[in-house]
Ligand binder design. Structure first.
Ligand SMILES: [Zn+2]
Length: 185
C-alpha cells in the first residue's frame, strides 16, 4: 500500500487565474485575523483545487487555537465522512502557546496536506492515506503548482515509518487511521 502511495509524485493541478488570486489573497487575509474570512477563503481554495482535479469538494473548517498533541500541537485534520455527509478538513489558524496567527505558508501547506489525504482517497483511490515520501511529494507539487513559494521555503520533515509523524516535528503531528473512516492529521 505504501508502494502505491509512493508511485505518484505529482498531482496534475493547473490552477487558473481565479485560484491563483485566491491563494495570493491568503497572506493578507490571515494577517487581518478574522476567522470567518479565513474560513471562506480556505474553502474557496479547496473548492478550486477539488474542481480542477475533478473530485468531490471537501468541507473546510477553520478553527482557532491549535490543540495540544503529544508534546506538539495539532495543525490540521482530515475526517472522511462516515457514509453520507461531507469529508471535512480542519485547519487551525492560531498557535497553541501564544495564540498568534500562523504563517501563510504553514497555513497553506497544512490545508494542502489535509487535502492530499482527501485526494489519496478520492482521486488516487488508495485504500488508506499514509505519510509516505510520495505523499509529501504530492503535497509539494500542489504547493508549487499554486505558486506559493520556492523549494527553499518548504519545511522538510524527517521520513519515518509511514503511519506516525509525531517525533521531531510538530508540523503535522498526529496519527493516520487504521480505517479510512477515522480522522487523519
Ligand atoms: Zn497527514
Amino acid at each position: 500500500m505504501a508502494t502505491a502511495s509512493d508511485r505518484v509524485a505529482t498531482l496534475p493541478l493547473q490552477p487558473g487565474p481565479r485560484l491563483r488570486e485566491l491563494v495570493a489573497a491568503l497572506p493578507q487575509t490571515l494577517e487581518r485575523g478574522k476567522p470567518r474570512e479565513v474560513q471562506v477563503l480556505a474553502q474557496a481554495i479547496a473548492n478550486g483545487i477539488c474542481i480542477a482535479l475533478r473530485v468531490k469538494p471537501v468541507r473546510v473548517r477553520v478553527a482557532l487555537r491549535r490543540p495540544p498533541l503529544r508534546g506538539g500541537e495539532l495543525q490540521g485534520l482530515y475526517e472522511p465522512a462516515a457514509e453520507r455527509g461531507h469529508d471535512v478538513v480542519t485547519v487551525w489558524m492560531l498557535t497553541l502557546k501564544k495564540g498568534q496567527v500562523v504563517k501563510f505558508r504553514t497555513f497553506l501547506r497544512t490545508l494542502l496536506h489535509e487535502l492530499c489525504h482527501h485526494l489519496d482517497y478520492k482521486l488516487l483511490r488508495l485504500p488508506d492515506s499514509l505519510h509516505t515520501q510520495g505523499f509529501y511529494q504530492r503535497e509539494s507539487s500542489l504547493f508549487h503548482a499554486l505558486g506559493a513559494g520556492s523549494a527553499d521555503d518548504v519545511p522538510r520533515l524527517p521520513l519515518q515509518r509511514p503511519s506516525i509523524d509525531t517525533q521531531g516535528s510538530t508540523l503535522y503531528s498526529g496519527r493516520v487511521p487504521e480505517k479510512p473512516s477515522s480522522p487523519v492529521t
